[in-house]
Design a protein around this ligand. Structure first.
Ligand SMILES: NC(=O)c1ccc[n+]([C@@H]2O[C@H](COP(=O)([O-])OP(=O)(O)OC[C@H]3O[C@@H](n4cnc5c(N)ncnc54)[C@H](OP(=O)(O)O)[C@@H]3O)[C@@H](O)[C@H]2O)c1
Length: 343
């Protein structure tokens, strides 16, 4: 069936400026890490992208390795761009990344110029695009000089493959270095993509959140729902259709009694605020404007609708924040800690 985007797609979303750049992003962005590979029906992927766009979600986040198999999420999104989203390229912000294991041999991962440029070209081909809006270094490479990795990002922009560049899971110290190198090259770092949610607060501890504000770099928080833990779905066991039942990135060992007790308390606070826990978790990440956009994932259209509803209540009282702080305590769920901590 031919898709026609909703005429009022821009009337119910909030857009925030990404750092000191000219780019504005919706406060909710959609990531295609899970549920966009060969294991998900194409019609469901289409339905999720269509509904997101109808709700004003203009930003779709990909990476070379999203699938399974790696690359298939970009291929699927490329098909959607060629069909449903045909004619709407100028209304979309599409990002991709390279850094993790993509192909065999010494040039298939990390941060060399050789890998980043080849991977960017492969991503563009899979999506049928001339350029992506944002291209990221997906993780810091402890062995490649940062000048080389940032130089490759600069080359990617200068050659027309991307409009903006970003970095993901770099800690504060490396972020400062990367931002300085990119500034010198004349290709500013527009965005940082760290993990951040009520049960994983490393960006506060590490000082990254404040540093990004100081440097004028925007931010997109990934796993704002802690892969689904910050919803009510695990309060009465593990549903068969949930991520924790799939044996992928969300291990059931992360659903500890302590974590679930916090989730239950947070759920009750959200109910008192008249919103779902997912909505409160997103509003919390977005509080005080320190984070530009919350990067969600979804397995159902209804989840995207629920998350987009965050805009109805994004304010917190000081009492609410203090109460949330009692339960928003660190759990051992940050799968990306090594990337930001590795020396
Ligand atoms: N830069 C990096 O290294 C990196 C790493 C990881 C992710 N990311 C990016 O961040 C994106 C989001 O990651 P994520 O999928 O882990 O984020 P998330 O939003 O924390 O978790 C998404 C999961 O939460 C559940 N969910 C979402 N909305 C819900 C709602 N309203 N009610 C109930 N459950 C809901 C769904 O779980 P079920 O599947 O159980 O239904 C969904 O798959 C990725 O797609 C990717 O673009 C980047």
């Amino acid at each position: 069936m031919t898709y026609r985007p909703s005429d009022d797609r821009y009337s119910n979303m909030i857009y925030r400026r990404c750092g000191r750049s000219g780019l504005k992003l919706p406060v909710v962005s959609l990531g295609l890490w899970h549920n966009f590979g060969g294991d998900t029906p194409h019609d469901l992927k289409r339905a999720m992208c269509q509904r997101a766009f109808d709700l004003g979600i203009t930003h779709f986040d990909l990476a070379n390795n999203y699938g399974p198999p790696a690359g298939s999420a970009e291929e699927a999104f490329g098909q959607i761009l060629a069909t449903d989203f045909q004619g709407y390229r100028d209304e979309l912000i599409i990002s991709s990344k390279a850094g993790y294991d993509m192909w065999p041999g010494p040039y298939g991962e990390w941060g060399s110029r050789k890998y980043l440029i080849a991977s960017c070209d492969a991503s563009l081909k899979r999506m049928g695009l001339d350029y992506v809006d944002i291209f990221y270094s997906h993780r810091f490479d402890p062995e490649t000089p940062l000048e080389e990795t940032m130089g490759a990002l600069d080359q990617i922009v200068r050659s027309g493959r991307a409009l903006y560049v970003g970095i993901s899971s770099y800690n504060t110290e490396r972020t400062r270095q990367a931002v300085a190198i990119l500034n010198d090259l004349g290709t500013p770092c527009v965005i940082h993509q760290p993990s951040y949610n009520m049960l994983n607060r490393w960006v506060e501890r590490d000082g990254l959140k404040d540093t990004l504000a100081e440097l004028g770099v925007g931010s997109i928080a990934f796993t704002p729902l802690a892969q689904g833990i910050l919803t009510k779905k695990y309060l009465n066991g593990v549903p068969a259709d949930s991520r924790a039942s799939q044996g992928k990135s969300l291990s059931q060992s992360m659903l500890t009694e302590k974590a679930l007790a916090s989730v239950k308390a947070l759920h009750e606070i959200a109910e008192r605020r008249g919103q779902t826990l997912a909505q409160m978790a997103l509003a919390w990440v977005l509080r005080d404007g320190g984070i530009t956009t919350a990067l969600i994932g979804a397995s159902k259209v209804s989840q995207i609708e629920d998350c987009a509803g965050v805009i109805d209540n994004m304010e917190f009282t000081a009492d609410e924040l203090a109460l949330i702080d009692q339960y928003a305590t660190e759990e051992d769920i940050n799968l990306w800690a090594r990337s930001s901590e590795e020396v």
